[in-house]
Design a protein around this ligand. Structure first.
Ligand code: ADP
Ligand code: MG
Ligand code: MG
Length: 870
């Protein structure tokens, strides 16, 4: 295979092979934009390296050939003493993982070539020595694994309170000597002077950084597969640190927070690479570049327009100005907030850059779900600071000042806000654990902002008035407010406001739009409306809701549900009705049993009537009672104690209940007397429920009942229940479909037979997942799921996202066999998976007619069902 691609050879569609960075550098090169020449080593080379521990055969030769071509083109050799070519060795995976892996700049410098570099820069010694010390620092830290603090401390000591721009050539020269001492002390060897050795060591270090702990954690969080590997781009250096006519910056073609068009970015004069993101000095807004260097600014604006039209999306970029010449160092389709995603998609459609179909693919169900979160009420709350609105949302929690504390308190179930001066990749675990992130430094492109937006986490950054002391675990405001660890604060990532104490939250305008209660007619609601209307036009699957009462049913309809996919009747047996169920269990004669059932029947009838009314003629799937009966009885231990304490004085009913509990006790209730088995064993229960459904359906003209039998494993079970139900319906003169859940593997495997007796299937994927894997959801999640996730046995819990290979296979078999036996068989899903984006796409692919999920997820399912068709 070919392991190395010149920037002129690749293109943006080769992300899998060249990583996002490499693919887009190639794309920009081919667009004729000013990109410093270079080449990219493929992710495949990285995969081989990580597997074998050595670089693959042939890679070294290819790299040498490409380097030689680069040297010829640039007219200088790597590290050449009198006129050196310098390169950066940059990581870049197929999915953007901001700051998670490593990059080394200024490769090729040593004690000789540092003079050559100064000569190149018209004798600028300061610049040459600054570049050299940066190389040793980055190389030492990322390639040789030396603690970065050692270098930072040495730098601070040298600065002795001076600003970094006040440092002179001699200072950096001294720093180089100190850094070399550190390297020698830490590794026992001299800093490698050979440029080629520097480069190959850096390439291998970048390969290895794929498996750095923070990268592993980030991938798990973002569900990025663990085996993709990173590409490595080798890029000739351009220098933003060679004077005040040079600098480095980052920019977005639109505001990633709001979607507004305009000039968004940060610029830092006389600086290199990561200085912007690291926040060593405060950056200036990009607009100010216009007055510094109009020609460069205008060119940048033109390039940004070219990129946005070319990618037909928001792009973010990294650029450097070297003595008045603009260079593009990176671009990608930029991360954005959920609100911005909706606004930008609709704006681009309005501009004619994309179709409405494509607009629907540009937003996700997860983003819509984020927009449905509540926000802070407008009034109230003591404002203590203002920062930048880096990532929207309303977060309330106790202030904590370190990742360790954030993780520790969150593990105890406490809501925390992580407060830092600035975050770095090591803070990732704390950011995940926290409700929100607050920093006192850095702009919208700082690490905290970029990572928080990617995770959909609330973030306020750059609240500069705050004096954050991580050591003392507190921050102070100019007005003298002191917030110590544990004090509650509220942060508003939509406005950038920081409040003392807990601020009350209000519903989101998007929810109010769905509810039809809000009057908000802002751009966001308009964009959501446009996207959702189009989504409803293009999707094939219907969306239903799981709802057990009239109120939830009504809300589900407002959210766009086209029916009820699962009405659980057991919820109707709880609360005050418990004693009626107890009577049913304790009944010793037919007469007693019938009396108990007769008392339950009118209550059930009233429940169903309310739901039918709320659904106004839309289908309602009612599942007959499913859980084991003892779930409705008192707790065994509690009752034993009560009876024992009362001794001879114990009430008769309590004693009888205790006896019943003993009788009904099961080792494995999940696999015991429940579902259809219960209906067949305890006479009259199912019949009572069907009578109640029939009567309610009759009382509400136009209602469409679908009676669903749970836990069927064999067609014979279903036939018994179906025959009885049919008779009751006929007597009542009511028509209703009769169907079954498919939630036992045997049912899926014999779906052809079962379909002979069922008018519809509804996949109960919660039970089907438990029974297919052979583990119980209630027990295993705490017991070993985190271990399994860590070991990569699954990438995500199979209870969250449907396991396509196993459970999905059963669903596919059942759908095919069922439809073969009965072509008009209706197919749906009513497990938790019905609201999960990936699972919804699967349901579309296997041809289900509808998904059913909780009312609040209905809009998400509508959107994802549409995206699945596009
Ligand atoms: P990351 O993925 O962390 O952004 P990059 O590979 O983009 O890492 O590089 C880190 C920083 O160094 C960025 O600011 C980038 O613009 C800068 N940089 C990378 N390569 C070069 C180069 N050849 N010349 C100048 N600056 C560079
Ligand atoms: Mg970058
Ligand atoms: Mg079930």
């Amino acid at each position: 295979p070919k392991y190395v691609y010149d920037f002129t050879e690749g293109n943006k569609d080769l992300k899998g092979l060249l990583g996002g960075k490499g693919a887009n550098l190639a794309e920009m090169t081919n667009l004729g934009l000013p990109v410093p020449p270079g080449f990219t080593i493929t992710t495949e080379a990285c995969q081989n390296f990580l597997r074998d521990g050595v670089v693959p055969e042939g890679m070294r030769e290819e790299v040498s050939a490409h380097l030689a071509a680069l040297e010829a083109r640039m007219g200088r050799r790597l590290g050449q003493a009198d006129d050196p070519l310098l390169v950066s060795v940059r990581s870049g995976a197929a999915f953007s993982m901001p700051g998670m892996m490593e990059t080394v700049l200024n490769i090729g410098l040593n004690d000789e070539s540092v003079h050559g570099l100064a000569k190149q820069a018209s004798g600028n010694e300061r610049f040459a020595w600054d570049s050299y010390r940066r190389l040793i620092q980055m190389f030492g830290k990322t390639v040789q694994g030396i603690d970065g603090e050692l270098f930072d401390e040495a730098l601070e000591e040298l600065k002795d309170g001076r600003h970094d721009l006040e440092l002179e050539a001699a200072d950096f020269r001294r720093l180089v000597a100190t850094y070399k001492d550190i390297v020698r002390a830490q590794t026992g060897e001299d800093f490698p002077a050979d440029p080629h050795r520097q480069m190959s060591m850096a390439v291998e270090a970048v390969f290895k950084s794929w498996n750095a702990p923070r990268a592993v954690l980030y991938r798990r969080q973002e569900r990025i597969p663990a085996d993709l590997g990173t590409a490595v781009s080798v890029c000739s250096m351009v220098f933003g640190n060679c004077g005040m006519d040079s600098g480095t910056g980052v920019a977005f073609t639109r505001d990633p927070g709001s979607g507004q068009q305009g000039v968004y970015g940060d610029y830092l004069q006389n600086a290199q690479g990561e200085d912007v993101v690291a926040g060593i000095r405060n950056t200036m807004p990009l607009q100010e570049l216009e007055s510094l260097d109009k020609a460069v600014y205008d060119e940048l604006m033109r390039i940004m327009e070219t990129l946005e039209n070319h990618y037909r999306d928001l792009c973010d970029i990294e650029f450097t100005v070297e003595r008045g010449k603009l260079w593009m160092l990176q671009t990608r389709v930029g991360k954005r907030t959920a609100g911005a995603a909706f606004r930008i998609a609709v704006q681009l459609a309005d501009q004619g850059l994309i179709s409405l179909d494509e607009a629907v693919t540009r937003v996700t169900g997860d983003q819509l779900a984020q927009l449905m979160f509540p926000r802070f009420a407008d009034s109230g709350g003591e404002v203590i600071a203002k920062g930048m609105n880096a990532s929207p949302g309303a977060a309330v929690g106790k202030a904590v000042f370190s990742t360790e504390r954030a993780v520790e308190l969150a593990a105890r179930g406490e809501a925390v806000i992580l407060v830092r001066r600035e975050t770095n990749p090591d803070d990732l675990a704390g950011m995940i654990a926290a409700q929100g992130v607050l920093t006192s430094r850095g702009g919208k492109t700082s690490h905290a902002a970029v990572v928080a937006r990617g995770m959909g986490k609330t973030c306020v950054c750059g609240a500069e008035e705050l004096d954050v002391s991580v050591k003392e675990r507190r921050f102070t405001t100019p007005s003298g407010v002191v917030v110590s660890e544990g004090d509650v604060i509220s942060i508003d990532g939509t406005s950038g406001t920081v409040y003392l104490g807990e601020v009350p939250v209000v519903p989101s305008p998007v929810v109010e739009y769905f509810e039809g209660t809000g009057e908000a007619d802002d751009e966001l609601v308009g964009a959501v409306h446009r996207i959702m209307s189009h989504a409803d036009e293009v999707r094939r699957m219907a969306v239903r809701a799981n709802a057990d009462n009239a109120e939830d049913s009504a809300r589900a309809r407002r959210f766009g549900a086209q029916g009820i996919g699962l009405c659980r009747t057991e919820h109707m047996f709880l609360g005050e009705r418990r004693c009626l169920v107890e009577d049913l269990v304790l009944a010793t004669s037919d007469e007693e049993r019938e009396r108990a059932l007769a008392a339950l029947e009118p209550l059930q009838r009233a429940d169903f009537t309310g739901i039918f009314q709320a659904m106004e003629g839309l289908p309602v799937t009612i599942r007959l009672i499913d859980p084991p009966l003892h779930e409705f009885l008192p707790d065994f231990t509690e009752l034993s104690v009560k009876v024992a304490l009362a001794g001879d004085g114990a009430e008769k009913k309590d004693r009888e209940l205790l006896a019943a509990l003993k009788r009904l006790h099961e080792q494995n209730p999940m696999l015991g007397l429940r579902g259809v088995r219960l209906g067949l064993v305890i006479p009259g229960v199912f019949a009572m429920q069907v009578r109640a459904i029939a009567a309610a359906a009759k009382a509400v003209p136009g209602s469409r009942a679908e009676i669903m039998i749970p836990l069927v494993a064999a067609v014979q079970e279903l036939e018994h229940v179906r025959d009885e139900a049919r008779q009751i319906l006929a007597e009542a003169g009511v028509e209703a479909l009769i169907g079954t859940m498919i939630e036992v593997p045997r049912a899926a495997l014999t779906a052809g037979q079962i379909a002979e007796a069922a008018q519809f299937f509804s996949f109960g994927t919660n039970d089907l997942t438990q029974m297919t894997w052979g583990f119980s959801r209630d027990d295993v999640e705490a017991a070993f799921f985190s271990k399994y996730l860590e070991l990569g046995i699954f990438g995500v819990s199979p209870f969250e996202t449907l396991d396509r290979d196993g459970v999905g296979r059963l669903v596919t078999i059942a759908a095919e066999q069922g439809r073969k036996a009965r072509p008009d068989l209706k197919l749906g899903i009513c497990g938790e998976h019905g609201g999960d984006p990936d699972s919804i796409h699967f349901c579309h692919q296997v041809g289900l007619d509808y998904v059913s999920c909780s009312p609040f997820r209905v809009p998400v399912a509508r959107l994802e069902a549409a995206r699945a068709t596009l």
